[in-house]
Design a protein around this ligand. Structure first.
Ligand code: SAM
Ligand code: SF4
Ligand code: SF4
Length: 341
């Protein structure tokens, strides 16, 4: 499809990145995302027929690429629990002018799937691993999975040719903040990039409190006590992680300070939920339904108009106005496992 004129939102931000959440299901129960006591055996996740099919996702992605999207990230829930996810990767990777197709995963199923994802055309992988402390990790993932299972996934991905791999670690005060340095040292040695993420008030179920956030500058100070690091510039405008390297010039570490240093001004991300709604902010409460028009036979220009209008009217900047939003207890927000990180 031919490239259309670039569209910009109310705050003059273009549309560049698409995050596709392919499922609301997950094999983990991280307390900060999908607490086990709420998402138990009886919890009803979306039925199969409510999920967008791969063909539908591919069609929406193509239309978004024609509107300026250049990077796609597949996420969830846990993207690797969606059957044949490599088939979707293959479809998307054949879209012209799309150079970057990444995935965020908890890594547990990578030993089985890393090679087929690489073959299908996935270009980059992010694996979430909050700590190397086995006891703490077993508690944090809510399903008693050991660290070793994720390390095997990272190893399999590395063997399949993903390099460097980004490792996401959500830092919670009093939970895993004392294990930051060990995680950093381990992955620096492997040549991967650890990115520490400030614990966010996403969704409505994790009882978030500012007291549990370790500010990005404290994370940097903690690492610096053992591993001297220095800031390096961004690779591109709007990069969410502030980058650091060791003072000897090697390695890379990222800090994502979405709470203490928000980056809404450069936010060019649009999110597609598993059931086909568009969200213009991670903290949005209501999406724009695309599945109904898709299944009612809407033409490409009709879909483009719905997508464009959604982006044109966007004025989200939740993280910059967090204190006001947080005091509004009626604030409804989409859950993180539903639209992905
Ligand atoms: N299941 C996959 C995973 O965990 O990598 C992909 C989906 S998960 C929602 C995407 C990212 O969001 C993960 O790196 C996860 O650690 C992060 N995340 C989830 N809840 C968070 C929270 N409350 N604050 C900060 N990051 C969070
Ligand atoms: Fe699952 Fe990822 Fe949420 Fe953990 S952070 S519960 S792995 S979706
Ligand atoms: Fe983008 Fe919303 Fe996050 Fe701000 S709070 S960076 S607008 S997703």
């Amino acid at each position: 499809m031919k490239r259309k004129k670039e569209i910009i939102d109310q705050l003059k931000r273009p549309i560049k990145d698409l995050r596709i959440s392919v499922t609301d299901r997950c094999n983990f129960r991280c307390a900060y995302c999908m607490p086990a006591e709420i998402y138990g055996e009886r919890y009803e996740f979306l039925d199969q027929e409510k999920l967008l099919t791969f063909e539908e996702i591919n069609r929406v992605t193509r239309l978004l690429v024609s509107l300026g999207v250049r990077k796609v990230r597949i996420t969830g829930g846990e993207p690797l629990v969606r059957r044949d996810i490599n088939v979707l990767v293959k479809l998307i990777s054949s879209i012209d002018t799309l150079s970057d197709i990444a995935m965020t995963t908890n890594g547990y199923l990578l030993p089985k799937m890393a090679q087929s994802l690489k073959t299908a055309g996935l270009t980059r992988l992010t694996v979430s691993l909050d700590t190397l402390d086995d006891e703490i990790f077993r508690k944090m993932n809510g399903r008693n999975f050991g660290v070793e299972s994720v390390l095997q996934g990272i190893e399999a991905a590395s063997k399949a040719g993903f390099h460097p791999i980004k490792i996401n670690s959500v830092v919670q005060k009093g939970v895993n903040d004392h294990t930051i340095t060990t995680l950093t040292e381990y992955f620096l040695e492997k040549g991967h990039i650890v990115r520490f993420i400030e614990y966010m008030d996403v969704g409505t179920l994790n009882n978030w409190n500012m007291k549990h956030v370790v500010p990005g500058n404290e994370i940097v100070a903690k690492i610096n006590e053992t591993i001297p690091i220095e800031p390096i510039g961004p690779l591109y405008k709007g990069e969410v992680a502030k980058r650091y390297r060791q003072k000897n010039g090697t390695g890379e570490i990222g800090i994502i300070a979405s709470v203490t240093n928000p980056f809404c001004g450069d936010c060019t991300r649009l999110r597609l939920s598993p059931e086909g709604s568009l969200y213009t902010c991670l903290f949005g409460s209501k999406g724009t339904d695309l599945r109904t028009p898709l299944r009612d036979g809407a033409s490409d220009p009709e879909l483009v108009e719905i997508i464009s209008n959604t982006w044109l009217s966007r004025n989200d900047r939740y993280s910059e106005t967090r204190s006001v939003n947080a005091s509004n207890s009626n604030n409804k927000k989409v859950e993180m496992y539903h639209i992905g990180g």
